[in-house]
Design a protein around this ligand. Structure first.
Ligand code: PRX
Length: 656
């Protein structure tokens, strides 16, 4: 019997069900049946309902060159028109689009009209510099109205944006700029997080100085803190100066549905991060549709997705989905623990947030904080405005789910545990709040029209109750189109020949025997999920071995962590004798900083162990399974007879 059959089930209450966009399981079943009966008809209907087309499409899906699928190909649209002008035409011009709360608590509101004007000025500014349809623009900026407007401005002129999370290092930024061949970088002088002023423009300067970025002609700098900055003549421009004289209107560039709206880099199991390419039409459809059905977004909601625009969650559920529906949303610059760990709850109270979407890591760390300090316990705040909660990025353990449900949702708010990926563009497996009975720890059932399934290594369905590989059998509108510049890698990574043409998600999953509900069991490749951030073990290994002065060899594995979900554990062989005691601590700190500089602070290993060697088979292959057990502190039960140097295991088991 699986865990779920004993788990508590939370049926949607009448108040949640009534008036929901998808109300009751019969409505969910009807949508699933509609998609099953006529797949193209279903998506075509929704694409007409949710997207305003300049030129209507005549064909829904072109699968003649699978897995390079095309959706709504001969239709044309503009994504920023759909997110801004369209709402103004509907009479929502004076409605608040964004409520920006700065790290220090200052609040700025912009209406749809104001956001459109700002977007158009940036769009015109970009055009005046010669940026045009198809050009790539890298955006390296923290959470801000300017960040959202910059993305919308790119969409308006048909430039493809690639947002790089502000926590990535100069080296990572450089790699992404080079891979995209960007003509411009949009950044800010600094970012402010947790009361600290941190560099942005200085990191752009450093990245460009590393070389390989000759494509970049312009660096546009938004003023955030007013810090003194060197500006390079002919290359660097203050955004305010660029847009000051620009008109507040700008005719949208009508692009084909398949036109790349954005590239977003994410980690794979091998090699360097991949530039996931998303389309305009299909992507916008799913971002808007899932915002409406999964979050049940209504006109008077105040929606808050706590993700950063540097991640896909911020793209779909800050910049695009809620705006496409004319919603009002929070854009938050700060961190959950500043000025104290009650910040999220205080903000929900202050802005009367109705829908709150965050990551399990944040919930787990705030549980810890609340348990340690009654002053920041959510029970001390008025959270009665909330009607719906969401979770994303990693599995939410049932204990955290129950706490979230009780202390944040007051026992009345459904929790939508949304499973999806950078590559999927929007939710794939998720409850619909007015329909799906909830089971803590399960992302429940596929979004209507998404053909998620669990198969074995040969692509055959496995029965419920038996774990396997998570796949999606049919293409869907918001799916990744390719890996930028590397279509072969796209095919190899997501459409391996043995899986019968199904999309390989890279996660393991199991369906409950009775309910058919999905539970994600974690990645089946060498990808780690640390605080909901995706990291490739190979990427961290290459960063470590690039410290050629010190490191001879490195192997990186994940181990479970109560707060961050997974933690990074590195096993390192140095070019000098194995250090112990204080020396080991010192070198570990040095290596941690090295990785921070190479990739970004999020990639710093929590645990670094030193050995004279790594556990290898006689043919020289590192036995990662053993390293995983050592990292967890488990006794080694695996067969070690093929190991060349069994004594190494004991050495690696010692922490510094
Ligand atoms: O392992 C799954 C996990 O996060 C991975 C995708 O990471 P990324 O592309 O960075 O996108 C994160 C935000 C959508 C997945 O392969 N994951 C994401 N959501 C869930 C999840 N695991 C379990 N439950 C979820 N709800």
């Amino acid at each position: 019997m699986s865990e779920h059959q004993e788990a508590k089930i939370y049926e949607p209450g009448a108040a949640v069900r009534e008036g929901a966009h998808v109300s009751g399981m019969a409505a969910y079943d009807k949508l699933v049946a509609e998609a099953e009966a006529d797949y193209a008809g279903y998506w075509g209907r929704l694409a007409r309902e949710f997207v305003t087309w300049k030129k209507p499409f005549t064909q829904v899906l072109d699968d003649s060159n699978a897995p390079f699928f095309k959706w709504f190909e001969d239709g044309t649209l503009n994504v920023s028109y759909n997110c801004l002008d369209r709402n103004i035409e509907k009479g929502l011009g004076d409605k608040t689009a964004l409520i920006f709360e700065a790290d220090g608590g200052e609040v700025t509101r912009v209406t749809y009209k104001e956001l459109l004007a700002k977007t158009c000025q940036i769009a015109n500014g970009l055009k005046s510099l010669g940026v045009k349809k198809g050009d790539r623009v890298v955006i390296y900026i923290s959470m801000s109205i300017d960040g959202v407007a910059a993305m919308q401005a790119c969409a308006r002129i048909g430039a493809t944006h690639s947002v790089v999370f502000g926590g990535f290092s100069a080296q990572s930024l450089r790699d992404r700029i080079e891979d995209t061949g960007a003509v411009a970088v949009i950044t800010a002088d600094q970012q402010v997080r947790g009361g600290k002023q941190l560099p942005l423009k200085a990191i752009v300067d450093e990245a460009l100085a590393l070389g390989g970025c000759d494509s970049v002609k312009h660096v546009l700098v938004v003023k955030r803190t007013g810090a003194e900055l060197p500006m390079k003549e002919g290359r660097d421009l203050w955004m305010a100066d660029l847009v000051a004289q620009q008109p507040t209107t700008c005719e949208p560039e009508w692009v084909e549905a398949e036109h790349p709206l954005f590239l977003l880099y994410t980690s794979g199991s091998t090699g360097k991060p991949k530039g996931v390419q998303h389309s305009s039409g299909g992507y916008l459809l799913h971002a808007a549709l899932t915002t409406k059905w999964t979050f049940d977004l209504k006109d008077d909601d105040v929606f808050w997705c706590t993700a950063d625009i540097g991640w896909v969650t911020g793209h779909s559920y800050i910049t695009y989905g809620p705006l496409a529906l004319g919603g009002t949303e929070i854009v938050f610059e700060g961190v959950p623990t500043y000025p104290d760990a009650g910040r999220f709850w205080q903000m929900i109270q202050k802005h009367k947030v109705t829908i709150f979407y965050t990551a399990p890591t944040a919930i787990r760390s705030l549980i810890k904080a609340a348990e340690g300090n009654a002053a920041v316990h959510p029970d001390r705040y008025d959270l009665s405005s909330l009607r719906l909660l969401g979770s994303v990025g990693e599995p939410i353990n049932p204990a955290a789910w129950e706490w979230y449900h009780q202390h944040i949702g007051g026992g009345r708010c459904p929790i939508v545990d949304t499973f999806w990926q950078t590559e999927t563009g929007g939710h794939m497996i998720t409850p619909l709040p007015g329909a799906t009975p909830l089971v803590p720890g399960s992302c429940t059932l596929p979004f209507p029209g998404i053909t998620a399934a669990i198969v074995d290594e040969t692509g055959n369905d496995v029965p419920n109750g038996q774990g396997g590989i998570l796949v999606v059998k049919k293409p869907w509108p918001s799916m990744i189109r390719t890996i930028w510049g590397d279509p072969e890698r796209f095919k190899k990574s997501y459409y391996p020949p043995e899986l019968k043409g199904y999309y390989l998600a890279g996660d393991g999953a199991i369906r409950d025997e009775k309910t058919g509900y999905f539970t994600i069991t974690g990645r089946i490749d060498d990808v780690l999920n640390v605080s909901g951030h995706r990291m490739g073990t190979m990427e961290i290994e290459s960063a470590l071995v690039s410290c050629t002065e010190l490191v001879a060899e490195a192997a990186v594995v994940g181990r479970p962590d109560d707060t961050t979900g997974e933690a990074i554990c590195a096993f390192v062989v140095l070019k000098r004798p194995r250090p112990t005691g204080e020396e080991a601590k010192k070198i570990a700190a040095e290596l941690r900083n090295w990785v921070g500089r190479e990739i970004g602070p999020i990639a710093k290993p929590k645990d670094i162990r030193f050995g004279d060697n790594l556990p290898k088979t006689r043919s020289g292959k590192i036995m990662r399974r053993l390293l995983r057990s050592i990292a967890k502190g488990e006794a080694i039960t695996q067969d070690t007879s093929t190991l060349e140097n069994p004594a190494i295991l004991e050495q690696l088991a010692q922490t510094n």
